[in-house]
Design a protein around this ligand. Structure first.
Ligand code: SF4
Ligand code: SF4
Ligand code: FES
Length: 247
């Protein structure tokens, strides 16, 4: 198979370039990460990619594959058009080759307080939820923080320091919808404290389109907006900014 891979080592290269690799595969039923590691082991050990679990759980090998973000370890090479073009996640600063700097991504994630806030004395055993309350977390707790969505979101490209981005907003919704959390009002207010944090989302839905876990950050964003309207209806007055039409 023919691969064209983005290369850039800031210690040696003036600028990035694409390098061609051709490799014979005894089976076309391999995952892309296996092939990249084979190229690294057999042809060029300087080729750099971040990875860990090799089974779609850690989120560390997210890259851009033929123009679309995804996880190399769960992408079957047989399905890819040649030459297979591999690039680092778009819009994230490149550390080297396919490895990106995710500091800004993590900063936005931490800004939504991704943990349970509840000052009530803890019960002896655990804070219980009904099955229905637990079910409300489905579709958000499964996020593996791979960054595929935020990297492919145009609103994040232009506002990386101000727009929380789809991954962070999905996690914001995860805690807003948690029956054990006591900071819902504060969380909604925080997301509404400037017009960019949440409302910069233009409902383009690239995030939902590329999520390798099949999650829908755009739906979570829509639900946060609806929660804001709900709070407003009960005297909270949180939705200061124009609410775009939800398609
Ligand atoms: S929502 Fe999906 S694409 Fe975005 S970080 Fe989570 S798992 Fe990755
Ligand atoms: S729906 Fe919103 S968060 Fe998702 S890609 Fe579009 S602008 Fe970004
Ligand atoms: S290596 Fe962990 S998700 Fe691919």
């Amino acid at each position: 198979m023919h691969f064209s891979i983005f290369r850039y080592n800031p210690e040696h290269d003036d600028k990035p370039y694409m390098q061609d690799f051709r490799i014979d595969l005894e089976s076309s039923d391999l995952m892309l990460l296996d092939v990249i590691l084979r190229i690294k082991n057999v042809q060029d050990d300087s080729l750099t990619i971040r990875r860990s679990c090799r089974e779609g759980i850690c989120g560390s090998d997210a890259i851009n594959i033929n123009g679309r973000n995804g996880l190399a370890c769960v992408t079957n090479v047989r399905k890819l058009r040649e030459p297979v073009e591999l690039r680092p996640l778009p819009s994230f600063p490149v550390v080297r080759d396919l490895v990106v700097d995710m500091s800004r991504f993590w900063k936005q994630y931490h800004s939504i307080r991704p943990y349970l806030v509840n000052d009530e004395p803890p019960p002896e055993k655990e804070r219980l939820q009904s099955p229905a309350e637990r079910e409300r977390l489905d579709g958000s707790y499964e996020c593996i923080m791979c960054g595929c969505c935020t990297s492919q979101c145009p609103s994040s490209w232009w506002n990386p320091d101000t727009f929380v981005g789809p991954a962070g907003l999905l996690q914001a919704y995860r805690f807003i919808s948690d029956s054990r959390d006591r900071a819902t009002g504060e969380r909604l207010q925080d997301l509404n404290r400037d017009p960019y944090r949440l409302f910069r989302c233009r409902t383009i839905m690239n995030c939902t389109e590329v999520c390798p876990m099949g999650l829908s950050p755009s739906r979570a964003i829509e639900r946060i907006r609806l929660r804001m309207l709900d709070v407003e209806g009960h005297g909270g007055g949180l939705a200061r900014h124009r609410v775009p039409t939800v398609r």
